[in-house]
Write a protein that binds this ligand. Structure first.
Ligand code: OXD
Ligand code: MN
Length: 594
């Protein structure tokens, strides 16, 4: 085999040797080192169009944008095929799939032998975190997918800046991605945190194939954060600016497809004239303690990989603007004039539509035109609400941490923790109804502590212990809250309007921090009364609000029983402090029983 190396000038021996090793294994026809330039993007996009992997959209309707249709068996993260391969199973813990590293490498090497014959192997160096930031880290993804390269170019700071930052260092995350034939029987997403390595095989879906995102910035980085004293979290970061011009930052964890992107770029309701929300990040936060004893956060990503269905000019006007150009759409429907459409876009479907599989759509069939987990990939620079600090190497100081799930019952609209340990307890007991972002049943409540269950790269009990321990390092800790935008009344309808109105709840949090708002102590945390929230101009009846804020003893009895079961599953690594908190809560709920 002759390898056509396009870049011979790479000085980093560890990098060139590793790339050569993977090329010897996969035997591609050529190896292309990506530099992240515009010219490269245009060349690769033309190649993808030629191969049919990308369809150009209308230059008038969606300039610079493309549609990709994935294999219908490859449309979401596959958690049952995702593994954490630590030397000891105890370190992966009971909530991660585990397999021994040596055996796993051997199996994957077997699958990858000769797998890129006749194809091109792309080497994609990238930076996670703002350039020049003490938070930033370098990864390199080897992939045989042009779609992956073009998405990585949007989602990360890719190419030349990464090689410049790396220099001669060897501590880069080594990611190997190979699509094979997309056969689910030969699909595995494997993490080797002790080697700073990821091997992802047999899937082209974003969360499985864009190795910078869930694989590196959450699973590998959470392991690194534990060792190095920081946190890698499944959190959006937003700045909330008051009419007086001061901005406070909030980091919020929600499970996939619960509206993180919407909250991160929220448009305030009319009654909040002068208030502004700025996006720092919509999915991932890396948090470190600053010299001032506060917790500081950066968004390690450079773009958004958002869920398309439900996005419209009411739920997220900023998102509608930002996907208007230079975006890649995956598995949405296409109009005959080269535009895109999905369920929940407020315009009615046009008469003729090509569905996400590329077939003419029949509205009467009951099939969705866009896949429920169809996505847009958009550069963060497209976002009209982008924070001026999104690229700040120092990050932003966090005033509040918010945990939230999708719960039809039990969880009030908002709950304030009593202290850090109670806040960690709230995060640890988070539950949410499942969505289409992962393969499997939709609508079942599962425990998803801190929205990290599918993304924590080590033992969940050790992860809680790390969170508890962080308190000692943070002199001025953010206050921790829990929210639920999704509680339903007895009529089955949502009690809270959500979207832009969520600002009212964020404002109450800041007022609590400043000592300007009141709350009532309940056994499960502090809850506002209806009159403590600014509901001016909101057409929601008082009794519905009371229902939304209610802490009901019978619901909480069931909740703590289900939490106890979950804690038992986490086994001996579960920190005693959280078990104590749980016992205390059970006692006070039983004490509150009429
Ligand atoms: C995502 C997810 O894609 O959480 O962000 O699934
Ligand atoms: Mn996510």
């Amino acid at each position: 085999m002759t390898l056509k190396e396009e870049r011979n000038e790479i000085k980093n021996r560890a990098l060139t040797e590793w790339v050569a090793e993977i090329a010897r294994l996969t035997t591609p026809d050529q190896v292309v080192w990506c530099d992240g330039s515009e010219a490269e993007k245009d060349r690769l996009a033309a190649l993808a169009v030629k191969s049919g992997s990308l369809i150009p959209l209308s230059p008038q309707k969606k300039p610079g944008s493309f549609l990709h249709r994935s294999d219908p068996n490859d449309v979401a993260r596959t958690e049952h095929l995702t593994f954490v391969c630590t030397p000891s199973q105890r370190d992966a813990g009971p909530t991660n799939n585990w397999s021994p590293p040596d055996q796993t490498y051997a199996k994957l090497r077997g699958w990858l032998k000769g797998s890129m014959r006749g194809r091109t192997m792309y080497v994609v160096p990238y930076v996670m975190g703002p350039l020049g930031s003490p938070f930033a880290k370098v990864g390199v993804e080897i992939t045989d997918s042009v779609y992956v390269v073009l998405n990585m170019r949007i989602m990360t700071r890719m190419g030349a800046p990464a090689l410049a930052m790396l220099g001669e260092r060897e501590d880069f995350c080594r990611g190997v991605h190979c699509t094979l034939d997309l056969n689910p029987d030969r699909r595995l997403i494997c993490h080797f945190p002790q080697d700073n390595a990821i091997w992802s095989v047999g899937s082209g879906y974003g969360g499985n194939a864009l190795l910078s995102k869930k694989c590196f910035a959450l699973r590998i980085a959470s392991w690194q954060g534990r060792g190095e004293g920081w946190l890698a979290e499944h959190m959006l970061i937003l700045g909330l600016q008051s009419p007086a011009g001061d901005t406070r930052y909030i980091a919020a964890a929600f499970p996939s497809a619960c509206g993180k992107t919407n909250l991160a770029m929220l448009t305030p309701p009319a009654e909040f004239a002068g208030w502004k929300v700025f996006t720092v990040g919509d999915d991932i936060a890396w948090l470190r303690v600053g010299d001032d004893g506060r917790l500081w956060a950066v968004n390690p990503e450079n773009g958004y990989f958002g869920v398309a269905p439900g996005t419209n000019s009411h739920s997220n006007p900023n998102a509608m603007k930002m996907v208007g150009h230079d975006s890649i759409f995956t598995n949405v429907a296409m109009t005959t004039d080269g535009d895109v459409w999905w369920e929940g876009m407020e315009t009615a479907p046009p008469e003729k539509l090509i569905d996400w599989r590329g077939r003419p759509w029949n509205p009467g069939s009951g099939d969705k035109a866009a896949h429920p987990n169809s996505r847009f990939t958009t550069p963060m620079a497209n976002n009209p609400a982008l924070s001026p600090h999104a690229n700040d190497p120092q990050g932003v100081p966090i005033s509040a941490i918010v945990f939230g799930g999708r719960r039809a019952t039990t969880m009030p609209l908002v709950l304030e923790s009593q202290n850090w340990t109670h806040g960690v307890y709230l995060g640890a007991t988070m539950g949410s109804e499942t969505t289409a972002a992962a393969a499997g049943a939709v609508g079942v409540v599962r425990r998803d502590p801190m929205a990290m269950l599918p993304f924590c790269g080590y033992n969940m009990g050790d992860y809680f212990a790390h969170w508890l321990q962080m308190e000692g390092a943070i002199k001025n800790p953010p206050r921790i809250f829990m929210v639920n935008w999704f509680r339903k009344g007895s009529d089955g309808k949502f009690l809270w309007p959500g979207f832009g109105e969520n600002l009212r709840v964020l404002k109450w949090m800041l007022d609590r921090i400043d000592g300007r708002a009141t709350a009532t102590d309940t056994p499960v945390g502090r809850v506002p009364r209806v009159e403590d929230l600014n509901l001016h101009g909101l057409d929601t009846a008082g009794d519905r609000m009371r229902e939304d804020l209610a802490v009901k003893t019978d619901e909480w009895s069931a909740e703590v029983a289900s939490t106890a079961e979950f804690f038992d599953k986490l086994g001996p690594a579960m920190p005693p402090a959280l078990r104590d908190k749980h016992r205390g809560l059970v006692n006070s709920i039983n004490g509150a029983r009429p």
